[in-house]
Design a protein around this ligand. Structure first.
Ligand code: PLP
Length: 445
């Protein structure tokens, strides 16, 4: 059945005729055809091999076509492709057990969704019903998904067209020392001021109205801003003091990306609800979910939870999760991500920043890094405006592709987010290509 889909030219033409793409004006699009992928590489329609420094949308944490995940999906497909959520399925039960064995504290109950946005929607619904309160606080410079509530919780320009003021969401500033909203000069100061700011927002919004604070443990798409030590602990304390649920969005930062199973572990904090997707099964089949604390589980022990999805805990997706998590355990993938960050990627990017004055800051951990590109290191003027692009950024991205590197870019940033099992030499090679691309774009003006 699929033979006719293998012709790249036909695939491209049919895409332009019939496929409506995310977040884009359709007419100007010229999407790349990917014909093949393996490990950290992809191939385009002309047969060029590119090193995938994006992990697609930061989800192929074990790279492309990992044989154990492919085999698990095939095995599950051969035996039982699908059963509805109300029935027990072995792959789903085992995936839930494995996830619960790695989530912090008492987050031992798992509600499965199709992805990250609906995981956040359900986590917020649970928090609202558990607390009897409605308002949700989240940060500017964040991304929580594209559905109506999740995009309103989001703090980036993609929220604006969908914000009609009726979602019960309020935004505050998280810590971001390089562009500090609090004019801080040290991490300790940024931490203290960001917490004082959040306490004020809670007080002024009314603690009795706030169901949840939703935070990416490390904001991802918005810039990989590592929170200063103590910040997440401080948010936890504020939530406890005011009877507010803490929802950690680990959709991008979870499952090893930051060098820990979950990024919130860097501060030793247990949230009330934790949302995940992407890396849970390397994104081979859509899967997300909410890990739920004992207390919130109790709220729904004798009262129906008013929510569900046709594909909640789909066996093919859960089989992929079982193989992914077992591979991560067997191959010490999380430890490898931490080592790559501290010994390979971090040092190589810092070295790069010494050679290229467009790099204003290098920040990250594990396989989760951002380069903040600036037109001027002193003023920190971004190389592209917030919410937009620029000829210089476009030139960097074009040069990356010509050098055989697939880069992840957002406004004035390049993110270095390869798979967690990339080889040391491949990681260094990709960063060298990035260096050549930066130099070429700089020379072009
Ligand atoms: N939360 C975070 C932190 C994300 O990075 C994303 C996607 O990039 C989402 C939620 C939304 O996930 P999905 O696109 O699977 O709905």
């Amino acid at each position: 059945d699929l033979e006719s889909t293998q012709d790249p030219r036909r695939a491209y033409d049919l895409d332009r005729a019939h496929v409506f793409h995310s977040w884009s004006a359709q007419a100007g699009l010229d999407p790349m055809v990917i014909t093949k992928a393996e490990g950290p590489h992809i191939w385009d329609a002309d047969g060029n091999r590119l090193l995938d420094f994006t992990s697609q949308l930061v989800y192929t944490n074990l790279g492309h076509q990992h044989p154990r995940i492919v085999a698990a999906i095939q095995e599950q497909a051969a035996s039982l492709c699908t059963v509805a959520p109300g029935y027990v399925n072995g792959a789903r039960s085992e995936a839930a057990r494995l996830i619960a064995s790695h989530t912090p504290g008492d987050l031992d109950h798992v509600f499965f969704t199709n992805g990250g946005a609906d995981a956040n929607e359900h986590a917020i619904r649970m928090a609202r019903l558990h607390t009897g309160k409605h308002k949700v606080l989240s940060t500017y410079r964040s991304y929580h998904g594209g559905t109506q509530l999740a995009v309103n919780v989001t703090g980036d320009p993609r929220r604006w067209p969908s914000d009609n003021g009726s979602s019960g969401t309020v935004h505050f500033f998280g810590p971001f020392l390089y562009r500090s909203p609090f004019h801080s000069t040290t991490e300790a100061q940024e931490c203290e001021r960001a917490l004082a700011h959040l306490e004020q927002v809670i007080t002024l919004e009314g603690p009795g109205t706030i169901a949840a604070v939703v935070l990416e443990s490390i904001p991802g798409t918005a810039g990989i801003m590592i929170p200063p030590p103590g910040y997440l602990t401080g948010v936890r304390e504020l939530c406890d003091r005011f009877g507010i649920m803490l929802i950690a969005d680990e959709v991008m930062s979870g499952f090893g990306r930051s060098g820990r199973w979950f990024a919130i572990e860097h501060d030793g904090v247990t949230p009330d609800l934790l949302t995940f997707a992407k890396g849970v099964n390397s994104g081979y089949v859509p899967l997300g979910g909410v890990a739920i604390s004992d207390a919130i589980y109790e709220t729904f022990a004798h009262r129906a939870y008013p929510g569900g999805l046709t594909y909640s805990g789909h066996p093919l997706a859960c089989a992929a999760a079982v193989a992914t998590i077992r591979t991560m355990e067997d191959d010490a993938v999380v430890e490898n991500a931490a080592r790559l960050g501290s010994d390979v990627i971090g040092p190589a990017l810092r070295e790069l920043s010494e050679q290229h004055d467009w790099i204003g800051e290098v920040r990250g951990t594990g396989c989760f890094w951002a380069l903040e590109l600036v037109a001027d290191r002193d003023t920190r003027e971004p190389l592209a405006p917030y919410g937009g692009s620029s000829p210089q950024m476009a030139a960097v991205l074009k040069a990356c592709r010509e050098e055989g590197l697939l880069p992840f870019a957002n406004y004035n940033r390049i993110h270095v987010v390869p798979p967690l099992n990339i080889g040391d030499d491949e990681a260094r090679e990709g960063i060298a290509k990035l260096g050549v691309a930066l130099a070429r774009a700089r020379a072009a003006g």
